[in-house]
Design a protein around this ligand. Sequence first.
Ligand code: 3Y8
Ligand code: NAP
Length: 243
Amino acid sequence: MPNLLILGGTTEANALAKSVADQGIPATYSYAGRVDNPRSQPVPMRVGGFGGAAGLARYIHEHGVSHVVDATHPFAAQMSRNAVDACARAATPLAALTRPAWVAQDGDNWQHVPDIEAAVEALAGPARRVFLAVGRMHLHDFAAQPQHHYLLRLVDDPDALPLPKSDVIVSRGPFSVEEDRALMERHHTQLIVSKNAGGTGARAKLDAARALGLPVLMIDRPTLPKRTELANVTQVLDWLAHT
Ligand code: 3Y8
Ligand code: NAP
């Protein structure tokens, strides 16, 4: 019988957890502990870092983990690198459950930038009303462009904010096009800054931007190490059965 470790924190990880629970496959769902109240799961959860790749390798050994599925967010690059390193050390099968990057469609007005700092540089210039939908962890980077009026969407109430002119919406998503369109109209948004997360949970703001004819500053994904990549839960269950 496998003993699966799911590195979670995404819609896809949640779908996998539901599936393995339904099938009675022993699994543990792992959160980093980034937010106050992470969504509960139908399998046992653990919260917090492992202590680098060495810590993860130790966890795998001590808990008799037979397979690791990295279903973390495409921007959780450090976790993904650690998983590749730890599973190589522990000789434990690893597969990533990923989702394709978003691609611009007719009517989209996207400017691609390679990373967060390039997005900050691209915001140089006269003050605008910017919907900064990149979460909390990188807000301090944008303090380099204090001239804008920012609309911030965060999972938890922030304590201190590094941006002088900002409105905060506390909401964890998944989001809807109608809500995101109304939100941007209410705030007279002129530009959206988004990570290329892919998936369904965060794409509403892009469809709303298209409908409103607004430009998007799209932050491309970090490069990740080579590893087995699977596209859906069925492929993961098949991989589990044959690895
Ligand atoms: C802690 C665990 C589900 C899964 C929900 C997905 C969808 C909604 C869209 C916007 C973009 C953003 C952010 C976002 C999305 C899903 C998914 C996704 C983006 C939770 C969750 C955890 C986190 C961590 C959080 C980060 C932040 C990023 C908010 C749970 C809700 C902006 C990424 O306050 C903080 O410290 C937030 C930190 C990492 C990025 C950042 O840099 O701040 N996610 N998000 C996970 C852990 O502890 O291990 O409670 O579910 C999960 C989800 N967030 O179906 O319910 O699957 O992508 N999460 C981005 O994509 O740009 C919001 O507002 O439009
Ligand atoms: P990260 O920068 O790649 O990871 C930083 C450190 O956080 C890791 O080295 C690890 O600590 C710990 N960590 C990350 N994910 C973990 C997990 N699932 N379980 C246990 N420890 C974890 O990660 P991040 O970008 O901060 O993302 C953190 C969590 O939020 C992940 O679960 C991710 O799926 C979710 N998330 C992130 C984003 C995003 O935009 N980054 C969006 C949606 C959801 P140790 O080195 O101590 O092991």
